[in-house]
Design a protein around this ligand. Structure first.
Ligand code: HEM
Ligand SMILES: *[C@@H]1O[C@H](CO)[C@@H](O)[C@H](O)[C@H]1NC(C)=O
Ligand SMILES: *[C@@H]1O[C@H](CO)[C@@H](O)[C@H](O)[C@H]1NC(C)=O
Ligand SMILES: *[C@@H]1O[C@H](CO)[C@@H](O)[C@H](O)[C@H]1NC(C)=O
Ligand SMILES: *[C@@H]1O[C@H](CO)[C@@H](O)[C@H](O)[C@H]1NC(C)=O
Length: 327
């Protein structure tokens, strides 16, 4: 990104600032160019074949990267299975029976290990895969600097406390993003990740039947969407795992319709719709609903920020051989 911006820019000072703003990350766009030249195509093909078989996996991979980065930084902890040394994060509340796509990362890692053994971290693979997933789903592309290393442990408690819940008030969700070094704009634009993928009825059913304790639904839920959601999620426990699209209009396409839906009271999760309940976040939602180009551009920028959270570089951590196990 900085290369193309700078080669076309007539303003050298701007280029300088741009490069400086990313140089603190200790990552490098060419990190594996010599040691694993086929990395990009192996990852791209692995994501492509997974999505070709099951469209939803684009969403699942993107969410895995988010859940990796928000818990102890982007160091692949969500990929670890339980071990004798620690309990993994896969059974933490936000992940249990919900986080998915692990097999896609395993299968890409296997191919990468064959081509370049003990060279590429699992968390870098997940970072590239989530960028590719967004791109292959019709979204923006952004170059990803590399060189993250894998962590040596997982933390189930941190997964339970640091990941946002769909039932939390906006202030609490905002605080969680701020605590990771992100800001309100990052939070709004990254919530646009909900333009693809699905949610289980248990994550939004409280809005459908007895939101106010007097038997009424959430007044901030569009009437016709309410009707169709009640069809998918009847008011009984056995509908809890049924699925509804997070973006009811174009669920398989990475576009800005998530934001258009919020403007029309058609957000699925309460945590989505509350973005319209605050002047600052609502103004951003309105902008992204009207200017798809701005959403694409800002999404790439905020993804780069998110994929820099708490990274391990240099001699820290390790290059896992198997993403599920510490070496
Ligand atoms: C702002 C706070 C957020 C909350 C409260 C939240 C909550 C949720 C919930 C409850 C689900 C449904 C899970 C299930 O039913 O199994 C979900 C799915 C998803 N989330 Fe988020 N999320 C948030 C932010 C993000 C961010 C920042 C991203 C990525 C940039 C993201 C990407 C996704 C995707 C792609 C799915 C669909 C996954 C699939 O279909 O497998 N979310 N989220
Ligand atoms: C394709 O996806 C289905 C589920 O949608 C899964 O059962 C099957 O194993 C997948 N096939 C391949 C080759 O990944
Ligand atoms: C796990 O995370 C929790 C919550 O952030 C923290 O209090 C605890 O110290 C962490 N445990 C380890 C072993 O790092
Ligand atoms: C939102 O509502 C407006 C006005 O009712 C309508 O023109 C538009 O098509 C709606 N957009 C979506 C995404 O439903
Ligand atoms: C939000 O905007 C409304 C109407 O534009 C205004 O009346 C209200 O004071 C604003 N609230 C805050 C907290 O700025």
């Amino acid at each position: 990104m900085n290369q193309s911006v700078c080669s076309f820019s007539a303003v050298p000072l701007f280029c300088l600032l741009f490069l400086v703003s990313f140089s603190s990350s200790q990552l490098d766009y060419k990190f594996y160019d010599k040691t694993c030249p086929n990395l990009a195509s192996i990852v791209r093909y692995g994501v492509w074949s997974a999505i070709t078989n099951e469209t939803r996996l684009a969403a699942s991979i993107l969410r895995l990267h988010f859940h990796d980065c928000f818990v102890n930084g982007c160091e692949g902890s969500i990929l670890l299975d339980d071990s004798s040394e620690f309990t993994g994060e896969k059974n933490a509340l936000p992940n249990r029976n919900s986080a998915r796509g692990f097999e896609v990362i395993d299968s890409i890692k296997e191919k990468v290990e064959k081509a370049c053994p003990s060279t590429v971290s699992c968390t870098d693979i997940l970072t590239i895969a989530s960028r590719d997933a967004v791109f292959l789903a019709g979204g923006p592309f952004w170059p990803v600097p590399l060189g993250r290393r894998d962590g040596l442990t997982a933390n189930e408690t941190a997964a339970n406390t640091d990941l946002p819940s769909p039932f939390e008030p906006l202030e609490d969700i905002t605080a969680k993003f701020i605590s990771k070094g992100l800001d309100v704009k990052d939070m709004v634009v990254l919530s646009g990740g909900h333009t693809i993928g699905f949610a289980q009825c248990s994550t939004f059913k409280q809005r459908l039947f007895n939101f106010d304790g007097a038997g009424n639904p959430d007044p901030l839920l569009d009437g016709s969407l309410l009707g169709s959601l009640r069809g998918i999620c009847p008011n009984q426990d056995d509908s809890d795992t049924n699925l509804a699209p997070l973006d009811s209009t174009t669920s398989a396409k990475f576009d800005n319709s998530y934001f258009k839906s919020l403007v029309n009271n058609s957000g699925l999760l309460q945590s989505d719709q509350v973005l319209m309940g605050d002047n600052k976040t609502a103004a951003l939602v309105l902008t992204y609903s009207k200017v798809p180009f701005l959403f694409s551009k800002d999404f790439g920028t905020s993804m780069l920020k998110m994929s820099n959270i708490g990274i391990l570089t240099g001699q820290k951590g390790e290059i896992r051989k198997n993403c599920r196990l510490v070496n």
